[in-house]
Design a protein around this ligand. Structure first.
Ligand SMILES: Nc1ncnc2c1ncn2[C@@H]1O[C@H](COP(=O)(O)OP(=O)(O)OP(=O)(O)O)[C@@H](O)[C@H]1O
Ligand SMILES: [Mg+2]
Length: 664
């Protein structure tokens, strides 16, 4: 048996239409709130300037100490620099905002907005954009322009400072070198003087030759031992020894001159660098070029009223629809008859008012009592207050002897009329009375409908098909055994267990009430019997079919009271075996979604759902009743007369009394 219950597009549209107040309310309230909130947000403006950054070539910086940034990302570092206090300070100074004698705190406050700029690199170029967002359009432009300028000044100063350091360093090196050079020169000169080096070699050699000539001349005059000869010979020997050492001395000398040369060239290089550093220090152009100067933006970047309101509107609409569905799901109320009929696609056969107003003793601590103070009606359940004392329930049945309210009598008569027309006045009709959930008034409606039909002269048998919670025998004060269960399980003929007026008379009800009820002899009762463990199985027995066929032949109407549809399957089992199903719905007790589910489920078993009886309707909920005239076209001449009579009578009555007068 298919139990699925799916909403189609039409259902969704109906729900939205019905809940338009929630949908539109949510939509307008949220959208308006967003609109108001957005319009109150102070506007923010964004301005941007751009600068081109050329890597500076600091003169004289061959020393790697000065090229530390080469290893890091130069532009990353520059972007960091732009938002430092140094640049902010230059920016503020350029605008003339920093005065002499200001405290550090005051300066800090002035430069703060300038530090709020956001630098970014433009793609793979050497262009940096400097942007800022503030509440003032002019201020935004002023800040970025000043920061660009400040950055330029800062860069130049930084560059010059570096050049100065280079110059000083080079100067120190130069001085050091100069001293080394001087010492080396002296050393070379002295070495040259003392040793037969280079050009002096020839002199030394000719000296030796001269001395040897002189020696031979002396030897002509003197002997070998003459002191002059000995001395000259000694000198010659000495010179010869030194001449023998010549290659070694030559090497020493070359080394010395080489050293002198390198010192000389270092000195020259340093001198050049020193001159370069001096020029760089005096340089007045930084590597920063301002490309774009910001002008005050015309329109703010935030808040975007149009965007916010559009997004808000879409979200609130979705939320509104969601709320509508939530409300629909938990809603237990009924607004108009047409709406219910439209929703369920079945007619309303009767609107039975709340016959006795029953207020349960208030339990102060109960959380439900506090819920009613909540503004969300969706979470309140107005229904659910039952009369449990059997004497009280007995006052609600359509037997004489009780002062029934006019409206309830008329309501049951209308139900009877509508039922008669719904089955096209055919005889031998079996009707099943059920509901979506428990305690909606199935048994009371079945009993009162049966009694009202009997009073109309129609032979009616009320069958207690609720084999789980037998109520009718209890209300009527008769023993529930033997009954339906015994017919189905033992071979007892139905005519043996059916209760007639005489059986009622010996029951617990006052005999007067029974005897004085018009047409009571048309009323028959088939009680449940001993409650079985397997009601649904019993009801699906073939014997049940046979029984129903027999009853159909013997009565104008067979009204079967059954358990609710959604919790148990008994009602669904009986559905296809009967001529029509009437759903009882107690407004305020069961969610309307459940009612629709019950209807769809019954229809899916092949049952013919005749319509719905709205039961236990409180005066406050009667606002939907003015349109309750669905079956007016079926009213026979008698009914028309009654209607006319009530129309006249109803003048001066309260509006809901008028409604019931109209329906009769
Ligand atoms: N129109 C009404 N006016 C006042 N009270 C009502 C009305 N209809 C039902 N009730 C109250 O609801 C109670 C439950 O009714 P009834 O036993 O007919 O419901 P039910 O749907 O058959 O319940 P169950 O699911 O237990 O079989 C009744 O005892 C009565 O107190
Ligand atoms: Mg019942």
């Amino acid at each position: 048996m298919p139990k699925t219950y799916e909403l189609d597009l039409g259902d969704y549209w109906r729900i939205v239409k019905r809940r338009k107040v929630i949908v539109l309310g949510t939509f307008f309230i949220i959208t308006a709130a967003i609109w108001i909130h957005t319009s109150r947000i102070p506007p923010t403006y964004k301005a941007a300037a751009s600068v081109k950054v050329d890597k500076p070539r600091t003169a004289g910086t061959t020393d790697p100490t000065f090229d530390v940034w080469e290893g890091t990302d130069f532009f990353e570092a520059q972007m960091e620099v732009i938002s430092t206090s140094g640049v902010a300070h230059e920016a503020a100074s350029a605008l003339g905002l920093i005065k002499e004698g200001m405290t550090e705190k005051e300066v800090g406050a002035i430069i703060e907005p300038f530090q709020g700029v956001i630098p970014s690199k433009r793609g793979n170029t050497n262009i940096l954009d400097i942007s800022v967002t503030t509440n003032d359009s002019k201020q935004a432009a002023m800040i970025v322009n000043a920061v660009a300028k400040g950055y330029q000044i800062w860069s130049l100063k930084d560059h010059n400072e570096q050049a100065k350091q280079v110059r000083e360093y080079v100067w120190d090196l130069l001085k050091e070198n100069e001293e080394k050079l001087r010492l080396k020169e002296v050393e070379v000169r002295e070495f040259k003087e003392k040793n037969p080096i280079g050009a002096s070699l020839g002199t030394f050699q000719s000296q030796v030759v001269d001395m040897e000539i002189k020696l031979s001349n002396l030897l002509e005059k003197y002997t070998d031992r003459h002191p002059e000869v000995t001395e000259l010979r000694g000198q010659i020997e000495n010179l010869k020894v030194r001449l023998a050492k010549f290659p070694e001395l030559e090497m020493q000398f070359n080394k010395l001159t080489g050293e002198l040369q390198s010192l000389n060239s270092i000195y020259g290089g340093l001198k050049q660098k020193y001159e370069d550093a001096k020029i760089a220090e005096a340089q007045t152009v930084s590597g920063i070029t301002i490309l774009d100067v910001a002008s005050p933006p015309d329109s703010p970047i935030a808040p975007d009223l149009q965007k916010n309101v559009t997004i808000g509107a879409v979200i609130s609409l979705i939320l509104g629809i969601l709320l509508a569905f939530v409300k629909e799901n938990v809603d237990t109320s009924i607004s108009t008859i047409e709406e219910v009929e439209d929703f369920l696609q079945v007619p309303i056969l009767g609107v039975i008012p709340e016959m006795v107003h029953f207020t349960p003793p208030e339990k102060k601590w109960e959380w439900r009592n506090w819920l009613k103070f909540l503004p969300f009606k969706a979470f309140q359940r107005s229904g659910g207050s039952d009369i449990t004392a059997i004497e009280e329930v007995r006052k609600l049945i359509m037997l004489s002897g009780e002062e029934h309210q006019f409206s309830s009598l008329e309501a049951y008569k209308t139900l009877r009329t509508n039922v008669n027309f719904a089955v096209a006045q055919k005889k031998g009709q079996i009707l099943e009375i059920t509901s979506a959930g428990a305690r909606e008034g199935k048994s009371l409606t079945a009993l009162n409908l049966s009694l009202t039909l009997a009073q109309n002269g129609q032979k009616t048998c009320l069958v207690s098909g609720d084999l789980r919670r037998e109520t009718v025998s209890r209300i009527l004060g008769v023993n529930k055994e033997p009954g339906l269960v015994e017919i189905l399980t033992k071979d007892i003929p139905w005519s043996d267990v059916i209760r007639k007026t005489t059986d009622l008379l010996v029951g617990e009800l006052p005999p007067d009430r029974i005897l004085q009820t018009m047409g009571i002899d048309n009323f028959y009762l088939l009680t449940s019997g001993r409650l079985p463990p397997n009601p649904a199985e019993l009801l699906s027995l073939d014997k049940m079919r046979t029984l129903l066929t027999e009853l159909r032949q013997n009565f104008d109407f067979v009204i079967i009271d059954t358990p609710p549809v959604l919790p148990v399957s008994d009602a669904s089992v009986l559905g296809p075996q009967v001529d029509g199903v009437i759903l009882v719905y107690q407004v305020g007790r069961t969610a309307r979604g459940a009612l629709k589910r019950a209807k769809v489920q019954m229809a899916s078993t092949g049952a013919n759902v005749l319509g719905v009886v709205l039961n236990n309707i409180k005066a406050a909920e009667m606002k939907m009743a003015p349109t309750y005239y669905y079956y007016k076209e079926y009213y026979g001449p008698d009914e028309q007369l009654v209607r006319e009579r009530h129309r006249k009578k109803s003048q001066g009555k309260s509006w809901w009394e008028k409604i019931f007068s109209r329906t009769a």
